[in-house]
Design a protein around this ligand. Structure first.
Ligand code: ZN
Length: 272
């Protein structure tokens, strides 16, 4: 599943090919995504110039002259930059064709992704308005996390995976960040100390920045016919390593469930 680093890598990969170009046509072969692509979207996008790209949480935002195209990759979506027009495959649902002949082709086998267009202020959009800060922004710091965590009884892992607290901390990243910070994943959020908040904010930023940097090496995959942009696997310290020795202390890694998600931890490095 594309996580924040894959979306950021996608944004960086496609931007140079689409910036300042004008949309000549949106072709919708199958608009049955998470929400149906609206019938008027091709007319709305046509002839608009692409002014920039941004990312908010896992939403890829394509800034146009009159509005914003919001793309979410869902469970299995990907974008490719095509310099010609190869025969679309079964799951190539949309093509955004530009005036330089480049096309941005959207593939999504499971169709949980989304293409939405709005001309209203983005901050007020129902998908965006309630999101917490970006993990790599200065707004996400220890003071913020500490203040928000007071009197919360929820498990710290659940807390940092809540998009209203901070966006983009998926299951793997939560596991890795808690391990690196030395925090037991089921510790009550309200019992996290200020020093632990500082460590946790720092490790969350580290794991996400590392994944984005690793994604940078796959940028070439965004251009071309066959290759799908790889959802990259980074080297993991704790996730998926139940029964194996901790890389730091050699204690056997344990697994438990948190809100039905796999949680991996070292009983020595992350004491209760
Ligand atoms: Zn350990």
């Amino acid at each position: 599943m594309p996580e924040l680093p894959e979306v950021e890598t996608t944004r960086r990969g496609i931007e140079p090919h689409i910036l300042e170009r004008r949309i000549s046509r949106l072709t919708v072969r199958d608009g049955r995504l998470r929400w149906p692509v609206t019938p008027d979207m091709p007319a709305q996008l046509q002839d608009q110039k692409i002014l920039g790209t941004q990312r908010r949480s896992k939403y890829l935002l394509i800034q146009l002259e009159r509005g914003v195209l919001i793309i979410h990759l869902g469970m299995s979506g990907s974008l490719r930059v095509l310099l010609d027009d190869p025969t679309p495959g079964k799951h190539d649902h949309l093509d955004l064709e530009l005036d330089n002949g480049v096309r941005l082709r959207y593939n999504d086998p499971r169709r949980f992704g989304a293409w939405l267009y709005t001309e209203a202020p983005l901050e007020a959009h129902e998908l965006i308005a309630h999101l917490g800060p970006e993990p790599l922004s200065d707004d996400f710091d220890a003071d913020y996390l500490f203040a928000l965590s007071r009197k919360r009884k929820t498990k710290i892992k659940t807390f940092i995976m809540d998009a209203r607290v901070v966006v983009g901390v998926g299951n793997i990243y939560a596991n890795e960040a808690l391990f690196m910070a030395g925090i037991y994943p089921h510790k009550a959020t309200g019992r996290i100390s200020k020093a632990e908040c500082e460590r946790l904010v720092s490790t969350i930023k580290q794991v996400l920045a590392l994944a984005i940097n690793q994604g940078g090496t796959t940028l070439r995959d965004f251009v071309g016919g066959d290759g799908k942009p790889g959802y990259f696997a980074q080297s993991l310290n704790v996730y998926g390593r139940a029964g194996l020795p901790c890389k730091r202390c050699e204690t056997v890694i344990k697994e438990m469930r948190t809100s039905n998600r796999g949680t991996f931890y070292c009983p020595s490095c992350q004491p209760r």
